[in-house]
Design a protein around this ligand. Structure first.
Ligand code: MEV
Length: 327
């Protein structure tokens, strides 16, 4: 029986979260924390899903039940990814999927995207399919769309391609565009509030706010888009001070959209006071994580976050996106 392991990195959104759902660009980086998915072929028609990180550690179902995936269960991203992989291959098999994640779930670091793209890669490889990274990114985005209702291609593309990407989502029938940004190093400290939250709920909350105050919310979304465009230029010219300042402005606008909370704010201000060049929430907000840009004072910033009772770790950009593990 064939066994394949694939892995994919978590991500941080550097600029542009939420606005990217409305067609504005985002800048995101894959980080050096990965999710590993092992797919093992079975001789029967059972699907077994396992993960030590989920509250339900194991779930099993019959292959025929896959198409009826509900969008609430803990393994929903894996099941949808399996369904799309089987559709793409035009064949299906009983299978065991084991997830080993080094990324806290529901933390804004894109663990669901990393799970989705690594499941797609592992299963398609196991079925003998040749698949490009572009296709895995596209299928991964379809997994998120099916599970969340609304999702930009940011998380799945960053996890699939790796590195730092400037993502311009194509609205309607346009294609998404990805530009790779090359930087020598991007020293970041990630602070984790420990509060799990749902991306879908936060994306919905911005939609509701926009419905009520469209004339106020639309300019905020456009400004976030402009900040992201300007940040791309700062990366190209190596203007670290500008990157930090733009992060701070971006954070203020995310506050205005109502996706921040007091613990995130505390970590952002503690980081700036400890010498970060800039700090902002990352991802959907509402808890989850923040990032601080720390070309200097990295230890002081991590200590300041820890002193607030939260976890901090330094993150480096992972150039490699999704990959099949050897051996
Ligand atoms: C979530 O990591 C980022 C959001 O912009 C949602 C999305 O892009 O799909 C909040």
């Amino acid at each position: 029986m064939v066994t394949v392991t694939a892995s994919a990195p978590a991500k941080v959104i550097l600029f542009g979260e939420h606005a990217v759902v409305y067609g504005k660009p985002a800048l995101a980086g894959a980080i050096d924390r990965r999710v590993y998915v092992t797919a093992r072929e079975r001789s029967d028609r059972t699907v077994i899903l396992r993960s030590e990180d989920m509250k339900t550690k194991e779930e099993s179902l019959h292959l025929d039940g896959l198409g009826m995936v509900d969008t609430r269960g803990e393994f929903r991203y894996v099941k949808k990814a399996l369904e799309l992989a089987f559709d793409r291959a035009g064949s299906m098999t009983g299978i065991e999927i084991e997830i080993d994640s080094r990324v806290p779930p529901a933390s804004g670091l894109g663990s669901s995207a990393a799970v989705s793209v690594s499941t797609l890669m592992a299963v398609l490889t196991l079925l003998g399919e040749e698949v490009s990274i572009e296709e895995v990114a596209r299928l991964g985005h379809n997994v998120e769309l099916a599970v969340q209702g609304a999702a930009s291609p940011t998380d799945t593309a960053t996890s699939a391609f790796g590195g730092i990407l400037f993502i311009q989502p194509g609205m309607d029938s346009e294609m998404d565009r990805y530009d790779r940004i090359t930087v020598a190093d991007l020293p970041l400290v990630v602070g984790y509030t420990g509060i799990e939250r749902s991306t879908k709920v936060l994306v919905d909350s911005v939609r509701v706010l926009r419905q009520r105050f469209q004339k106020i919310v639309d300019p905020i979304i456009s400004d976030i888009g402009r900040i992201t465009g300007e940040a791309k230029r700062m990366f190209e010219t190596g203007d670290g001070e500008g990157i930090g300042q733009l992060m701070n402005i971006n954070h203020g606008l995310l506050e205005a959209l109502g996706v921040c909370n007091d613990r995130l704010s505390r970590l952002v201000y503690a980081s700036r006071n400890a010498g970060a060049r800039g700090a902002k929430l990352t991802g959907a907000g509402g808890g989850g994580c923040m990032i601080a840009y720390t070309p200097e004072n990295q230890n002081d910033v991590a200590d300041a976050i820890t002193a607030c009772g939260c976890n901090a770790f330094s993150a480096h950009i992972s150039i490699e996106g999704v990959r099949v593990e050897k051996g």
